[in-house]
Write a protein that binds this ligand. Structure first.
Ligand code: SF4
Length: 115
């Protein structure tokens, strides 16, 4: 399974936890996709800037993968309290940042449910 990381502008905390999923300690059973078109799951993080979220939404339209919202920023604006439109998804990983175990479980859940 291939997973693509799509950032809408963040503090990088959620990205670091996502990359930690691939460390030997966690041993994620998936790999990173080179491009969003290849991905079965799209991990969406952050909402830091209006410009970044606009380009992230444009990029997401190219994807057929299921979105997994990682971190409070992607879910509800988090500490930035940003109000511009964000990518929506049913699978959400709450935390600031969430732990790698939570992210791995959510990605595995995404493969089982419809988009
Ligand atoms: S949820 Fe927390 S760790 Fe993740 S991008 Fe937002 S502020 Fe950073």
């Amino acid at each position: 399974m291939k997973v693509f990381l799509l950032s809408q502008g963040t503090c990088n905390g959620c990205e670091l936890e996502f990359h930690a999923c691939f460390a030997p300690r966690y041993g994620a059973g998936f790999e990173k996709a080179e491009s969003i078109e290849q991905a079965e799951v799209v991990v969406v993080t952050g909402c830091g800037t209006e410009k970044a979220s606009v380009s992230a939404r444009r990029e997401f339209k190219k994807s057929w993968g299921k979105p997994v919202l990682v971190g409070n920023c992607a879910i509800n604006g988090g500490i930035f309290r940003c109000r511009h439109p964000r990518i929506r998804g049913k699978i959400k990983v709450v935390g600031c940042p969430p732990r790698p175990e939570q992210i791995i479980a959510a990605i595995e859940e995404a493969t089982k449910c419809p988009k």
